[in-house]
Design a protein around this ligand. Structure first.
Ligand SMILES: *[C@@H]1O[C@H](CO)[C@@H](O)[C@H](O)[C@H]1NC(C)=O
Ligand SMILES: *[C@@H]1O[C@H](CO)[C@@H](O)[C@H](O)[C@H]1NC(C)=O
Ligand SMILES: *[C@@H]1O[C@H](CO)[C@@H](O)[C@H](O)[C@H]1NC(C)=O
Length: 315
């Protein structure tokens, strides 16, 4: 009996999925000095994954300018869209029907992508918007770069202070230097890619290189504070680590929003996250400098806490 019920249920589910679904991207912003435009069209529930059963149509203002028939196979494009081509023909069977166009052939407007796989079909629309190259993005890029450089400088300074004032094992020192080196090199390469114009895969990769490896600076802050306080981390030190993690999370969420929306319009979220991140790096640097200067030699501050405690227990 339940087999029958499951069968009926399965039937309704498959009937309901006769539509193809897309990773819908409402709009993309392209810088006017960009050479190429990529119109995204990503189907996420293809079943056959065979080009023979695929049919793709791209339209602008209701007029078809590009079509691909996988059965024949045949590719057609209108004369005034001669540069149109699939971004990745090899990945078409996986549902990537994104189109690459020369910017001069791609007027701003609503582009529709219609995909048919055997008897299932779907349609998605993406609006192409042009932004002038002198948009607000340079300021945002500069702020992102600035906060990240500060966070990295504060990290190295803090490592210097901790290594000179407190006992840090050789192995730990080397791994902290390697960790800092990775973040610094990744960010340097990231800045070079990221500081070019527009929001292309190149600048996205650059921003990713700036932000993602910076996660290393969260555990290293914890390790540095542990080197100072050993097992008695004061609440303030824990708060610093927690706030730094939050700053990092905000920056990553901003980055994810920028990538999924194909624009820099969430750059301010990234900036907010990195500002918190850099601020905590500064606060913790000042903190270890104060702790370090209040000590005479290589004495962890816990000694000062333990002695009165022991005296208390003895009485
Ligand atoms: C796609 O389907 C056709 C027709 O069924 C078949 O001849 C072909 O081998 C399939 N191609 C792949 C890559 O599976
Ligand atoms: C392309 O050419 C067709 C017919 O020649 C015309 O109707 C259409 O408006 C043109 N499209 C663009 C974007 O120039
Ligand atoms: C594209 O479609 C959106 C939503 O339907 C609309 O707001 C916008 O004005 C359209 N853009 C153009 C250039 O027609």
């Amino acid at each position: 009996m339940w087999v029958l019920a499951a069968w009926v249920l399965l039937g309704t589910v498959t009937a309901g999925s006769a539509q193809l679904q897309f990773n819908a991207i409402k709009s993309i912003e392209i810088n006017t000095n960009e050479k190429n435009v990529i119109l995204p069209c990503l189907v996420n529930n293809l079943q056959l994954n065979n080009i023979t059963f695929l049919f793709v149509k791209w339209k602008l203002r209701g007029q078809e300018f590009f079509s691909f028939d996988g059965y024949k196979p045949e590719l057609r494009r209108a004369a005034n869209f001669s540069s149109a081509k699939f971004v990745s023909p090899a990945e078409l069977p996986k549902g990537i029907a994104s189109l690459s166009l020369d910017r001069k052939e791609a007027p701003a407007g609503n582009y529709t992508c219609e995909v048919t796989e055997s008897n299932r079909e779907g349609i998605t629309t993406v609006e192409l918007i042009y932004v002038r190259s002198s948009s607000s993005s340079p300021v945002e890029s500069i702020l992102i770069t600035l906060f990240m450089i500060l966070a990295i400088i504060f990290y190295w300074s803090q490592l210097g202070v901790v290594a000179s004032k407190f006992e840090v094992k050789y192995k730990k020192k080397v791994s902290l230097i390697v960790a800092g080196g990775i973040v610094t090199v990744a960010a340097a390469v990231g800045f070079i890619l990221f500081l070019s114009d527009g929001f292309t895969p190149k600048t996205q990769a650059g921003l990713g290189l700036v932000i993602i490896p910076a996660v290393i600076l969260v555990p290293t802050l914890y390790i540095l504070l542990r080197a100072v306080f050993e097992n008695n981390l004061p609440h303030f030190a824990i708060v610093l680590v927690v706030v730094k993690s939050l700053g990092y999370l905000i920056a990553v969420v901003g980055f994810a929003l920028c990538v999924s929306a194909y624009t820099r319009s969430h750059g301010s979220v990234v900036i907010a996250g990195l500002a918190v991140f850099a601020f905590v790096a500064l606060a913790s640097l000042i903190y270890v400098i104060i702790i370090g200067s209040s000590m005479t030699d290589h004495q962890p501050p816990r000694k000062a806490v333990e002695e009165p405690l022991n005296a208390h227990i003895a009485t």
